[in-house]
Structure formats: C-alpha cells, structure tokens
Design a protein around this ligand. Structure first.
Ligand code: R5P
Length: 290
C-alpha cells in the first residue's frame, strides 16, 4: 500500500499507517491548467491525499484530484481511497435556493465515477454528526476532527472552561469537546441572510468567571466567529479562545486573532495557525478499515 501525497501531511499519514510515501508534483501552466505528476511506482492499493493550503483554490484542487485518480487507475491502482482532509464544496450540502447545485454530492459522484473507491474526510460540514456520509451512496467516511481539538485542549490547564457552539448546528462539535474536557457546553442562536450573507446572533448566557472556548467546524469570512466573540464579551467571560477544524481564509484569521486569548485551527488545511493535527485520527480510521 502507498500513500500518494503532495506534502508533509501525506508523509505523516503514510508513517502513521506504515505505508510507503510517494510524492506527487503540482504544476500549473501559465494559462491556469494543472498537470500533476506522480513521482514513483504505483501499487494496487493507494491512498491519495491532496493537502491544501491558503489561499484555497477549490476548482483547481478538484480537477487535480480527479486527474490523479484517473492517472493512478491507468498506472494499475485497483483500490483508490481519496483522503480530502477538507471536503471542498461541502458547505453547499443541499440546493438552498431553486436553481442551485447540490455541490457536496456532485463532488463525491464525480470522483467515484472517475475511479475513487472510498472517500475519507474530516469534520465534513455536510452530515456533520455522522461517521459515514450517505449523500452519494458510495463509501464515504467522516472523521471527527473535534476529537483532535479536544485532546489538544485537555493538555492545557483550564480552571473553569465552558464550550460554546455558535449555532444549533454546532451541537455535535461542542458536545464532543465538552465530553473530552468533562465540562458543559452552550449553543448560541444564529440567523444568516442567504442573500446578503449578514449574520444575526443571540445569547443571554451569563458566563461570569468562565473560560469560554468557542469551537466551530469552518471559519470562512470570520463573521460568525466575530459575532460570537462580541456576544461573549458582553457575557462577562473571563477569557475567550477559538478553535476550528478548518480555517479556509486568511481574512477570517486576521479578523479573529486580535480579540481572543488563543486561536488555533487543525491541519486539514495548511495555515499559519494549523497547530492541531488530525493525522493520527485519520490514520486510525484508515487502519480500522483495511
Ligand atoms: C456554519 O454552519 C458553519 O458551521 C460556520 O459557522 C460557518 O461556515 C462560518 O462561516 P463564516 O466564517 O463565513 O461566518
């Protein structure tokens, strides 16, 4: 079995599951077309991990992954597992308005039709509380990245922590971390206007003396998180820290960092603050399914 990857994330994953690492080179021509190249021998069993960094380029990433799956198949691979630490397009997990695509499903279907056997991701925004994603009918596994965040936080010394989820959809994340830290969690109320993107949030919790730990799956514009931080500032919390699995934009990072005690993300995407690794957990999942 080999792990085909573009950077140290793939190398670390290969080490975690005792597989051989084979590098692929990323090339982009001046007109924007991509031409990845696998720089080693291909095995029957392949795990392909295309790890992204900021700024995200989802379209380029998708085409590159698609070409790699097809190339691997032509080079003799029979089982091709795709590890997409950050599931691109997963936020569009339904057609929110008439005429829009169900992008998350289309990504899985396209990769499957191209030769992908199974799909692995971390804290997918779609079907976020499930270990197995059902949106496409193909084997797709969802590793809970909040376990890695919880394990990181457990090593820190919090005297009176409380986990905060920015909206009701964050219950699964907040409860995972709260269970690991053996503390309580609360969820705020959020409403986003689909046309303007404007966010309205509510909370009437008094967090006097508490160390508020906000957790979310994705930080994109940073709007949700900034609103959450501003609400918590009014709740008398002793300190505020933020942890996210996927930090998808630098803007989000710049918006939040000055307002909190600590702001970290996992390494599903390479960013300046990706200091919590999900590699071990991903490796465990891959090993149990071999
Ligand atoms: C929403 O359901 C997600 O969990 C995140 O809260 C959201 O995607 C964050 O987006 P933004 O940073 O643009 O507010």
């Amino acid at each position: 079995m080999i792990v085909v990857g573009n950077d140290s994330f793939g190398e670390r994953l290969a080490k975690a599951i005792d597989a051989t690492f084979v590098q692929f080179e990323q090339r982009t021509f001046p007109d924007g077309e991509v031409c990845p190249r696998i720089l080693g021998d291909v095995d029957k069993d392949v795990i392909l991990v295309n790890h992204v960094k900021l700024p995200l380029e989802p379209n380029k990433y998708l085409i590159e992954t698609l070409f790699l799956v097809k190339t691997l198949q032509e080079l003799g691979a029979e089982n091709i597992d795709v590890v997409m630490p950050y599931f691109i397009y997963a936020r569009q997990d339904k057609a929110f308005r008439g005429g829009e695509p169900f992008s998350a499903r289309y990504v899985l279907e396209t990769l499957h039709k191209s030769g992908m056997s199974r799909f692995f991701t971390v804290s997918s925004h779609t079907e976020r509380d499930k270990d197995k994603l059902t949106i496409s009918g193909m084997p797709a596994f969802n590793v809970n990245g909040f376990v890695s965040i919880g394990n990181y936080l457990k090593k820190k010394k919090f005297s009176d922590p409380i986990i905060v989820g920015p909206d009701e959809g964050a219950e699964h994340f907040a409860s995972t971390v709260a269970d690991i830290l053996d503390c309580k969690y609360i969820l705020l109320e959020k409403h986003r206007d689909l046309d303007t993107g404007e966010i309205e949030m509510k909370s009437n919790h008094d967090l006097h003396g508490k160390e508020a730990i906000i957790v979310d799956d994705i930080i994109s514009s940073g709007g949700t998180m900034l609103n959450t931080i501003n609400l918590l500032k009014k709740s008398n919390a002793k300190s505020i820290s933020v942890y996210a699995v996927h930090l998808v934009s630098e803007k989000g990072m710049e918006k939040i960092s000055p307002h909190v005690r600590e702001f970290l993300a996992s390494d599903t995407i390479e960013t300046p603050i990706s200091r919590i690794s999900v590699v071990e957990q991903l490796g465990e999942k891959l090993k149990t399914l071999r």
